[in-house]
Ligand binder design. Structure first.
Ligand code: 13P
Length: 284
């Protein structure tokens, strides 16, 4: 199978009441680990990279690795650009083979967010590529995008409805109280808001800040219409902790395979657990 657009994957998930887990990956082993998790659980998968990772690795390398994974795999895999604020990078990633892009103009007022989203929707549609936009502001830190707790802003349900209608965007990430990174206390998710947005907007909704949310809360958000759950920080921690354990036992280790293999295995198990929570198992 080749890489697929995430639009049909997410529409099916929204219709059937589960979510596709979307994992931010930064190395080949991380990419392979989540692909193995999807294969082991027969789950659809969205691989995603932030702009920072795109700049670090080069979108062509990422897309080539994702293409090989998709070609060899029996499960549908999409490759998504996460939180992009720059049109040029959107274009470069689509050219490289990304099948889904997020234009994050959520830091701007409604009209400017709409203008930037429309511009991306136009080119992405022509390329058969999914688009995700954000309304409201998700708090926390994601790469270079930092939104302080007091600047985070929940999405307005009526604005969500008109934004989707005016932009034609096929997926929407409304800010509903989650944050990027690890929560200091309990996350304060506004479930009523998710329900109201889902009642007004039929496109798949995206839950950002999927790390550190109690299982039952993720399940509830998914049951209300969240069809994509983004996870970055938790997997990074699991991966890095496994590497730290290798060096704690053997500080002189110098063979990357000796620490990457256990890291990949730990990441795979964590990803499988997220897929179970999302209800995605067996949905490939
Ligand atoms: P976390 O780092 O909190 O898992 O958030 C991931 C995310 O939403 C990526 O867009």
């Amino acid at each position: 199978m080749s890489l697929v657009s995430s639009t049909p994957l997410l529409q099916k998930a929204r219709r059937e009441g589960y979510a596709v887990a979307a994992f931010n990956v930064h190395t080949l082993e991380m990419l392979q680990g989540v692909v193995e998790a999807a294969e082991a659980t027969r789950s659809p998968l969205i691989l995603q990279t932030t702009v920072g990772t795109v700049k670090h690795l080069g979108p062509e390398y990422v897309a080539a690795a994702a293409r090989v994974a998709a070609d060899r795999s029996g499960v549908p895999i999409a490759l998504h650009l996460d939180h992009c604020t720059e049109f040029d990078i959107v274009v470069r990633c689509i050219r490289a083979g990304y099948t889904s892009v997020m234009i994050d103009a959520s830091m701007h007022a409604f009209q400017e967010n709409l203008r930037q989203t429309l511009r991306v929707v136009e080119i992405a549609k022509a390329a058969g590529v999914n688009v995700e936009a954000e309304l409201g502001k998700v708090g926390g830190v994601e790469d270079d995008i930092v939104v302080a707790e007091n600047e985070a802003l929940m999405a307005d349900p009526d604005e969500c409805a008109s934004f989707v209608e005016l932009s034609g965007v096929p997926t929407l990430a409304p800010a509903i109280g989650t944050a990027h990174g690890i929560y200091k206390g309990e996350p304060r998710i506004d479930f009523d808001r998710i329900e109201r947005i889902a009642g007004l907007v039929s496109v798949p909704l995206v839950l950002h800040g999927g790390s550190g949310i109690p299982k039952a809360q993720v399940k509830r958000a998914v049951s209300l219409g969240m069809a994509k759950v983004n996870v970055a920080t938790e997997l990074r921690i699991v991966f890095t902790d496994a590497i730290k354990r290798v060096f704690a036992d053997n500080p002189d280790e110098n063979d990357p395979r000796k620490y990457m293999v256990p890291a990949k295995q730990a990441l795979k198990e964590a990803a499988m657990e997220k897929m179970r929570i999302c209800g995605a198992v067996g949905k490939a």
